[in-house]
Design a protein around this ligand. Structure first.
Ligand SMILES: [Zn+2]
Length: 279
C-alpha cells in the first residue's frame, strides 16, 4: 500500500528489512526510487500505481546493492538511472555469470528465499559524473553523491518537497554499514564526509526517508546525522558506545544488527593489524 509522506511523495514499505520504495509524482507520471523487494510487493506497487493512473516515467537506484536494484516487467520500460559509479559497479558485478545465482543463494538464508524476481535486476544507466539532478519531468531531485556504504551511493533531495531520500544511511534501525572494509578505501573518512553532505542540506529537509526503517520528520534529520556520526566515531576510535539500534535497546526483530556491528568491529581490527594503521 502506498502511503503519502509529503506532498506528491509516497512510500511503499517492504516487510523485508523495512525497505522503502519511494514514488515521486511528476507531470506525466512518477519517478520510482529503489522499488520494493519481493515479487508480491512489487505486484502490489504496480497495482497501486495503476489505480492512480500514473505510469512510471523514470527509475533510480540509490546504490549498487541488490535490494535497491530490482524492477518488475509491469513497471514498464522507463529509463532507470543511478550515478555513473553505481552503474559501473553494477555492470562489474553482473558481468560475472554467477552473480545472480550468488544473490539467489544468499537469499536462501533469508525469509524471502525464492520470492525476489532477479530478471530485471540492475539494468540501470549511469548518469554522467557530476549530474546535478535526475533528468525527468517532475520536481527537481538533486543527486548528492558520496562514497559511504557503497560505491556511487547517492542521497536524493526532492527540493520543492523538502524530502531527503537517504539511501542506506540515517536509519532509525540500521547502524551505518561501512563500505568495503577489506579494500583500500578510507571507509570511515568516506562515511563522515557523506554525513557532512547530509548536514549541509539538513535545514532544507522536513521529511527523511531512509532506505530501511521509519520515515522521520524535521526533528529527526539532525538527530539521525548525529547518531550515525557518533556510531562511526566510536568505530574509528574503538570506543564502546551506546546506540539504541544495537544491544538490549534494539527493536524486536532487529537483534541481528548487533551482529553486523560486531562484524564491522572485527573487520576494522583485522584491517588495522594488516596495515598497521588506525581505522
Ligand atoms: Zn545497501
Amino acid at each position: 500500500m502506498l502511503r503519502q509522506v509529503a506532498e506528491g511523495v509516497l512510500i511503499h514499505q517492504s516487510e523485508f528489512v523495512q525497505s522503502n520504495a519511494v514514488v515521486v509524482q511528476g507531470r506525466a507520471g512518477v519517478l520510482l526510487i529503489d522499488p520494493g523487494v519481493t515479487g508480491s510487493e512489487l505486484d502490489c506497487l504496480v497495482n497501486d500505481l495503476h489505480e492512480s493512473g500514473r505510469p512510471v516515467v523514470a527509475g533510480f537506484s540509490t546504490h549498487p546493492h541488490w535490494d535497491h536494484l530490482l524492477w518488475h516487467a509491469r513497471l514498464g520500460e522507463a529509463p532507470r538511472y543511478g550515478t555513473a559509479r553505481c552503474a559501473a559497479t553494477v555492470r562489474d558485478q553482473l558481468s560475472d555469470a554467477g552473480a545472480k545465482a550468488r544473490i539467489a543463494a544468499h537469499l536462501l538464508e533469508t525469509e524471502i528465499a525464492g520470492q525476489v524476481p532477479l530478471d530485471l535486476l540492475g539494468l540501470i544507466t549511469g548518469l554522467p559524473a557530476e549530474t546535478a539532478r535526475i533528468p525527468w519531468d517532475g520536481p527537481h531531485v538533486r543527486i548528492i553523491e558520496h562514497q559511504a556504504h557503497a560505491p556511487g551511493h547517492s542521497a536524493l533531495l526532492i527540493e520543492e518537497r523538502g524530502v531527503l531520500v537517504a539511501g542506506d544511511m540515517l536509519s532509525d534501525v540500521l547502524i551505518p554499514m561501512l563500505g568495503d572494509v577489506n579494500g583500500t578505501d578510507d571507509v570511515i573518512g568516506d562515511y563522515l564526509a557523506a554525513l557532512r553532505l547530509m548536514e549541509e542540506v539538513a535545514d532544507d529537509v522536513d521529511v527523511i526517508i531512509p532506505g530501511h526503517g521509519s520515515v522521520g520528520g524535521a526533528d529527526q534529520v539532525r538527530a539521525r546525522i548525529d547518531q550515525d556520526r557518533a556510531y562511526v566515531h566510536a568505530l574509528r576510535d574503538r570506543r564502546d558506545l551506546s546506540d539504541p539500534r544495537i544491544g538490549p535497546s534494539a527493536k524486536p526483530g532487529w537483534e541481528w544488527v548487533s551482529d553486523v556491528h560486531a562484524g564491522q568491529l572485527q573487520r576494522l581490527a583485522r584491517r588495522s593489524e594488516r596495515d598497521g594503521t588506525p581505522g
